[in-house]
Design a binder for this molecule. Structure first.
Ligand SMILES: Nc1nc2c(ncn2[C@@H]2O[C@H](COP(=O)(O)OP(=O)(O)OP(=O)(O)O)[C@@H](O)[C@H]2O)c(=O)[nH]1
Ligand SMILES: [Zn+2]
Length: 316
């Protein structure tokens, strides 16, 4: 039978069959061996094939095959074994909740999120939440930010999880898709999820304490059905989805507006730093590319949050 993995608790998987019945499944023995570097070969969101376990209790099954993944998000193991933990697979859309203040969300954070989504091949949508709280100046700032990211190709929606403004638009994007939500603590993830699906009490935000995050607490992702079709993946204890290791040479490929110009740079391995005839830097000078994006690029390239090459391009 075909099924979708909703929950994993170590050795047991909660799998929903196409007819809507849930089965408790184990893995067929051979999955545990055979070159898989991940600590968990099957993850939430995986599409699997399983057989009913005739020897087991009622409702038990054995997973025999994992269907190829469209994408997956990982967390590196805390020890040095170089093992990775697959948090979830086959995610259609990652929503990022952004607030201007209360709490502030900086463009560097937004850009890191977008780079990660690009690297994972997950569609990213930016939700500017709490529009009910902003004055005209702040609303203008949101408008400019949204314009910046729309120009690159990202969908942006101004919403209010409290008044319900544009929540229907978010629901429409989620319908029949697998979604996840990220954003700083306090940006309104729980409030929004509640507005979207009342009664769904996700744990995503419950473990926002830095200490708990750092600990090797075993937190498991879980998938929930949406009443209007589609699923949401809750990732307790995992803020955003971290930044995957990206090679210096490929980082610019995850900035779509840089990638589009790559072919026009003199050097095909141009890092858009100090190389001559760099199309990205020319576009930057012409303000076709946002300075904030370039700054984020430099920050990530250097691997340091609060340090960027002011010597090359200072803020205007
Ligand atoms: N005015 C206003 N307040 C909001 C809105 N969305 C959320 N809030 C408030 O912002 C605060 C934080 O919202 P939460 O939903 O708890 O935020 P969260 O992202 O889940 O935060 P963590 O649980 O810490 O990760 C709460 O007091 C909400 O009532 C909004 O659209 N407008
Ligand atoms: Zn270049």
């Amino acid at each position: 039978m075909k099924g979708l993995v909703y929950k994993s608790t170590g050795s047991w998987y909660s799998v929903k069959a196409e007819n809507g019945t849930f089965y408790s499944c184990r893995l067929k023995g051979r999955f545990r061996i055979g070159g898989i570097k991940s600590t968990n070969p099957v993850a939430v969101g995986d599409r699997v094939i399983f057989e009913i376990d005739k020897k087991g209790a009622e409702g038990e099954g054995v997973i025999t095959t994992i269907e190829p993944r469209e994408n997956y998000i990982i967390r590196k193991s805390v020890n040095l074994s170089k093992q990775t933990h697959i948090i979830a697979a086959n995610i259609d859309t990652a929503f990022l909740l952004v607030t201007l203040n209360n709490p502030p969300t900086f463009t560097s954070f937004i850009d890191r999120f977008l780079v990660t989504a690009e690297a994972y091949h997950i569609q990213a949508v930016i939700l500017f939440n709490k529009v009910d709280t902003y004055n005209d100046d702040e609303l203008l700032e949101i408008k400019l930010l949204a314009a910046l990211y729309r120009k690159i190709g990202y969908e942006c929606i101004g919403i209010s999880a409290v008044t319900g403004k544009n929540v229907e638009k978010v629901k429409a994007l989620m319908q029949d898709k697998v979604s996840m939500f990220s954003g700083h603590s306090g940006t309104g993830k729980s409030t929004l999820v509640n507005a979207i699906e009342p009664g769904l009490d996700l744990k995503t935000s419950k473990i926002s304490d830095q200490h708990l995050q750092g600990q090797h607490t075993t937190t498991f992702a879980e998938m929930f059905d949406l009443s209007f079709g589609g699923q949401i993946i809750d990732t307790p204890g995992i803020k955003g989805f971290g930044l995957v290791d990206v090679e210096k040479e490929e980082l610019a490929d995850y900035f779509p507006e840089f990638f589009a110009l790559k072919g026009n740079c003199k050097f095909n391995n141009c890092l858009h730093l100090e190389e001559p005839q760099c199309a990205v830097k020319e576009a930057l000078e012409d303000e076709e590319i946002a300075w904030s994006r370039y700054r984020s690029y430099l920050q990530i390239l250097e691997g340091e949050e609060d340090h960027f090459r002011k010597d090359i391009y200072d803020e205007k």
